[in-house]
Design a protein around this ligand. Sequence first.
Ligand SMILES: CCC[C@@H]1OCC(CO)=C1C(=O)O
Length: 214
Amino acid sequence: ERSAARSRPARDTAPRHRDTGLKQERAVRTRAQVLDAAAEAFATQGFPAVTVQDVAALAGVTKGAVYFHYANKEALAQACAEEFYHRIGVIGQEVEESDLSPLRAVTELLERTARAFRDETMVQAGARLQIERSLIGAEMPMPYLGYTESLTAWLRQAQEAGQLPAGTSPEATARVLVSAFFGAQHISWVLNDRADIADRVREILTAVVPMATR
Ligand SMILES: CCC[C@@H]1OCC(CO)=C1C(=O)O
């Protein structure tokens, strides 16, 4: 009995912990894969046409794996929209940390955002889902206001630094920039899948804040 006990290896807890860690890693990876697939489907087909089965097939997982992470198609849409704003927020943070003058920060933010709209599926999905928000039976993030506030803050700093023409309203200028950007990225998407969005946004900046583009 004792010799048998001696020959049995001590209960090694490591493999089980390693096992749990691997399982968690795999779950995180699958969740990200599913969200990326949902973004691809929403960006190209639009919310109404997409099924959970489409997302599962695009992600290369079972429908059950999708439902394990997201309760339904609406939850996928909400998560994509939230990731869209997270991505836009990261761009704003990067501009903030690049220590530019306020007006240069405004142009940099809009130009980097334009490239993200052109190149990033999650951003394209977020933009389309927000247009389709009334078709999505779930609470979607409030659009436009966060971006407008970021621009307003920099434009107020520019005004305080005397970089804006006398009488310019930072708030109104920010609203015009966001409206023009929103319209330009939509028109560019419809006409040429956003191929020319960077040029269109540069035109907006030159027209609305010429002093920032000299
Ligand atoms: C960057 C301008 C506003 C931006 O453009 C598309 C879109 C989608 O709703 C936006 C938003 O919600 O902030």
